[in-house]
Design a protein around this ligand. Structure first.
Ligand code: NAP
Ligand code: HSE
Length: 430
């Protein structure tokens, strides 16, 4: 038995340096909660010549082998980000008999099931609370508190950058480009914003949640994905007139033993709890057969909230180490069919620019009707600027339809001479 619980950190960056600081500041409290002091041992970096706050030079290393060979390291905390070498280092750590805590949604989404099995095979734990929703407790409640439920639906806002941008577009009536530039200036959006604005980050996170909520293995590439870069100030204004806001919504449903999972800009009725989640906040709404609907909301990113989740996992494992509790066996994930977007059922918002002529609306209505799609509402907005003079924008909402039926009707609508452009087509929720 050692007299400390040894922790090595891979990546003292934005989050990792906050973890180092919190470990030092809270050392007495953590020792009391665990029953033994936590000790920071090795810290893996790319550049060992750069000084790091709270880390001694002799703790720094650029070689993963130094971490793996350190007998005093019982927990490896991976905060490097990216798929490789993070995935390999996590696997090597587990195979070396070390518990792993990570905030890496990309690795967990792509390789979580295999890594959890490796952890179980080696009698250690792999925890990843910080990988979804930053500081919001969602992984642990799904793994423990809601375990008695059959979870049938997850509906979530799990990307703070895009939620900040869509909120700002709504509040300022501004277009995407201007708000992206502002978000980059304020440090909310990355210089290369692709992962956030095109929905990749959210697709990793919803894939991770599918694993826990439904016990199924969904690859991030199977998530139907649409980003927010095509959303205009007009879409947001029209949504407002329909009593809705636009959010980048991650949705997963278990339907007849199959999974329907998407990340899409979605109109949400203003009365829905998720419509009120603004700025960089995240929220995850779960529906279980016993509990009904529960909503977790809070800060989805940032050093403080993310450190809160990382250290919760570290303390949980440390308590198990001290109590000599054996890790639970892995629950093997099921593979089920993931429905393609053609089979998704939703209500939709359609924005179509047309020549302002008699009979255009009737022809569009006929195409939708022929595809068995029922129109719920139509609003016409006449053009107010010279470039689009003589045209009008039709904003239609339709009752529940399959993606295939809608795409079939839209293909026909696009071919009409009087249709200038089919603009955004977005699902509606609530
Ligand atoms: P970051 O600031 O870019 O830090 C990454 C750290 O990893 C740096 O210290 C870097 O070393 C080190 N590193 C990267 N590649 C390495 C390699 N090949 N070998 C050795 N060290 C390497 O990233 P972050 O924002 O802290 O994010 C860390 C993780 O937390 C990511 O998985 C991210 O998705 C997740 N996360 C972040 C947030 C957030 O708010 N930022 C929220 C939730 C989850 P050098 O310092 O030497 O370059
Ligand atoms: N880039 C992510 C977001 C934070 O904007 O929510 C890390 O998960």
């Amino acid at each position: 038995m050692t007299d400390t619980v040894g922790i090595s950190l891979l990546g003292p960056g934005n989050i990792g340096s906050a973890v180092v600081g919190a470990l030092a500041r809270g050392s007495d409290r953590y020792a009391a909660r665990v029953g033994r002091p936590l000790e920071l041992r090795r810290v893996l970096v790319r550049d060992a010549s750069k000084p790091r706050d709270g880390v001694r030079a002799d703790q720094l290393t650029t070689r993963i082998e130094d971490v793996l060979a350190d007998a005093g390291t019982q927990i490896v905390v991976e905060l490097m980000g990216g798929e490789e070498p993070a995935r390999t280092y996590i696997e090597q750590s587990l195979r070396a008999g070390k518990h792993v805590v990570t905030a890496n949604k990309e690795v967990i989404a792509k390789a979580g099931a295999a890594l959890l099995q490796i952890a179980a095979d080696h009698g250690v734990r792999l925890l990843y609370e910080a990988s979804v929703g930053g500081g919001i407790p969602v992984i642990a409640p799904l793994s423990r508190d809601l375990l008695a439920n059959e979870v049938t639906a997850v509906t979530a806002i799990i990307n703070g950058t895009t939620n900040y941008m869509l909120t700002a577009m709504t509040q300022q009536g501004a277009d995407y480009g201007a708000i992206l530039a502002e978000a980059q200036r304020l440090g909310y959006a990355e210089p290369d914003p692709t992962a956030d604005v095109e929905g990749f980050d959210a697709s990793y996170k919803i894939a991770v949640l599918c694993g826990l909520a439904f016990n199924v293995d969904v690859a991030p590439g199977e998530v139907t994905r649409q980003g927010i870069s095509g959303i205009t100030a007009r879409d947001i204004a029209y949504a407002g007139q329909l009593g809705s806001v636009i959010k980048l919504l991650a949705r997963a449903r278990l339907v007849d033993g199959e999974v329907e999972v998407s990340v899409q800009p979605t109109l949400i009725g203003r009365g829905e709890p998720l419509a009120k989640v603004d700025g960089v906040l995240n929220a995850v709404q779960l529906e279980g057969d016993l509990v009904g609907r529960v909503l977790f909301e809070g800060p989805g990113a940032g050093p403080g909230p993310t450190t809160s989740s990382v250290l919760a996992d570290v303390l949980d494992i440390a308590q198990d180490i001290v109590a000599e509790r054996a890790p639970r066996p892995a629950v093997p994930r099921r593979r089920v069919r993931v429905r393609p977007p053609e089979e998704h059922m939703a209500r939709y918002y359609l924005r179509i620019r047309v020549l302002d002529q008699p009979g255009v609306l009737a022809r569009i209505a006929k195409s939708l009707g022929d595809a068995q799609i029922s129109i719920a509402s139509v609003i016409q907005f006449d053009s107010e600027d010279q470039a689009t003079e003589g045209t009008a924008e039709l904003v239609l909402t339709v009752h529940r339809a399959s993606g295939a039926a809608l795409q079939g009707a839209l293909a026909e609508i696009r071919r009409m001479d009087s249709v200038v452009e089919v603009g955004n087509v977005l699902p509606m929720e609530g």
